[in-house]
Design a protein around this ligand. Structure first.
Ligand code: PEP
Ligand code: MG
Length: 571
């Protein structure tokens, strides 16, 4: 078995077709007539623009306007007078042929973008190379491989797929995509998701293991790839594929329906996101809000902090896209296992017990926390933003954060900048201390969101990333369950909203217990929303209270979990 990164969910089974784009040989054949050569170049640009426009139109009508945006980005590059002007200058001054001038100028820009440590810029580099090849093929009269003509049941394999090639794929014929390069957020990965074709990217070395016509299975979730699998494995994966497709189809009926139990209790099913772009998926899966925006992702994969304005734009984008639905934005939660090199954090002896999250932010008010809170307050004028403080252990931390918010509010008042003066400020309940003090916190904070990923770690004293002790890392441990129940009860007693944004919120075996305890909001990855709604709408809270009572009577995680499994599967 080989493995890459799952980039588009689903199971692909079929025969490999390896896309080997002919390597273009670019030589500098000198020219005599620069004017004529520039005309030749101009007509290649025009042809490229016409081809990309047609592809973008086709993409917009077949898939969506948003996906066509990627190709519109190519058009912008092709129409950029600075780029074309520079190529023409080189033809003029150095008397080189168009293909060669295109090669040097486009490579220069692509290398420049690629050297910037920013995902967006890396993507721009890939786009620049894509249009370079397009122009050169036209100049050299090289035909592109037409991927729309592949036979049905093809697993398309390539070192990397350019958006131009991916856009031409016919999803009826391509059962899966495997590339050696790329990442989950590369344009070709985004397009595979839009086309709903299972895809695995970053499967390094896979092309040397596979030849055309080999039988392949790929799992777009786990990233697993099986080359020439036996008939048993094929049969097993065919079953999984059919079950996946059937469930996906069935779950669509839950789009637009209310998350209300049989006995009329309505909860909110929200989504966890890391970047503003993730909102598209939240809306596609009918998320009722954002229960956790992990803002540390805005700070990662770059060399310097995002400015207040950059943050403001990101938060505003999410708030606007969610059109008044709640958007809980968590302030920076770094440290622990989340490192950001330019922040200059020293390695802690015990990172999870160390200098992280709110502890770090309150120590770095001026350069880090204030700009973030200010960006959040400014963005709150554009939607229903709530602020969430992570890793709180004592009430003073919350008070200090709240005071800062009030102080920044005054600044904005003085400057005449709009913001939501009633903005809610809540906390993540994810430490043992916060759980034990939940009754006290509930009297002061505006809402709770239970972070079971950390709560389990801190309750069980078990590092969430350490395989050796992972057998102890279970939310079904009675200690963790008691803690969760206690937090929900304390919150509900004071009438504040209690949500959960840890992984447990989407666990089918946990959902009945959480409903019985009275949880108001369940926040999870977008793709889990409809399934959670299916479960939730099938229960009656009254019936679940009796189930929870029994479940809480067990003294081991294994028994509790088995009991819940029997209950859920026995329905
Ligand atoms: C949690 O701890 O449960 C949580 C949602 O936050 P993170 O996984 O980002 O620590
Ligand atoms: Mg956490």
């Amino acid at each position: 078995m080989a493995r890459g990164t799952g980039a588009s969910a689903g199971i692909g089974i079929g025969k490999a077709a390896i896309l080997r784009e002919e390597k273009l040989v670019i030589e500098n054949t000198g020219i005599e007539d620069a004017e004529a050569e520039k005309e030749r170049f101009k007509s290649a640009v025009e042809q490229s623009i016409a081809d990309v426009s047609a592809l973008a139109d086709d993409m917009a009508s077949r898939i969506g306007e948003k996906e066509a945006e990627i190709l519109n980005g190519h058009l912008m590059l092709l129409q950029d007078p600075m780029l074309t002007g520079e190529i023409e200058n080189q033809i003029d001054n150095d008397k080189v042929c168009s293909e060669f001038a295109v090669e040097t100028v486009c490579n220069m820009y692509a290398d420049m973008f690629a050297s910037m440590d920013d995902e967006l810029m890396q993507q721009r580099a890939a786009d620049m190379r894509d249009i370079k090849t397009r122009m050169q093929k036209i100049l050299l009269g090289v035909q592109s491989v037409d991927v729309s003509l592949l036979p049905a049941g093809t697993i398309l394999m390539a070192e990397d797929l350019t958006p131009s090639v991916t856009a031409g794929i016919n999803p009826d014929n391509v059962a899966g995509i495997v590339t050696e390069l790329g990442g989950r957020t590369s344009h070709s990965a985004i397009l595979s998701r839009a086309l709903e074709i299972p895809a695995v990217v970053a499967a390094s070395g896979i092309l040397s293991e596979v030849k055309d016509g080999d039988e392949l299975i790929l799992d777009g979730e786990s990233g697993e790839i099986f080359v020439n699998p036996g008939s048993d494995l094929i049969a097993e994966y065919e079953k999984r594929r059919d079950a996946y497709l059937q469930e996906k189809e069935e779950l669509k009926q839950y789009i637009g329906t209310s998350s209300t139990t049989v006995d009329g209790v309505t909860v909110e099913i929200a989504a966890n996101i890391g970047k503003p772009e993730d909102v598209d998926r939240v809306l596609a899966y009918d998320g009722e809000g954002i229960g956790l925006f992990r803002t540390e992702f805005l700070f990662m994969d770059r060399n310097e902090m995002p400015t207040e304005d950059e943050q403001f734009e990101a938060y505003k984008k999410v708030a606007v896209a969610m059109k008044g639905k709640p958007v809980i934005i968590r302030t920076l939660d770094i440290g622990g296992d989340k490192e950001i090199p330019y922040m200059g954090l020293k390695k802690d002896e015990n990172p999870f017990l160390g200098y992280r999250a709110i502890r770090f932010c309150l120590d770095r008010k001026d350069d880090i926390y204030r700009p973030q809170l200010k960006a959040l307050l400014r963005a709150s004028a554009f939607g229903n933003i709530k602020i969430m403080v992570p890793m709180v252990t004592c009430i003073e931390e919350y008070r200090e954060a709240k005071e800062l918010v009030a102080d920044i509010g005054k600044e904005l008042d003085e400057a005449g900048i709009a913001y939501n003066k009633e903005i809610q400020v809540g906390i993540m309940v994810e430490t043992a201390a916060a759980s034990l003090m939940a009754d006290v916190f509930a009297k002061e904070v505006d809402f709770f969101s239970i972070g079971t990923n950390d709560l389990t770690q801190y309750t069980m004293s078990v590092d969430r990333g350490n395989d050796k002790v992972s057998y102890l890392y279970s939310t079904f441990n009675p200690a963790v369950l008691r803690s969760i129940r206690h937090i929900i009860e304390c919150g509900r007693r004071e009438g504040i909203m209690v949500g959960m944004c840890g992984e447990a919120a989407s666990d089918p075996l946990m959902i009945p217990l959480l409903l019985a305890f009275g949880l108001n909001e369940f926040s999870m990855s977008a793709s889990a929303i409809l399934k959670a709604r299916k479960y939730i709408t099938g229960y009656s809270v009254e019936e679940l209270k009796a189930v929870a009572e029994q479940a809480m009577g067990f003294v081991t995680a294994a028994e509790t979990q088995q009991f819940m499994k029997n209950f859920v599967e026995g329905r």
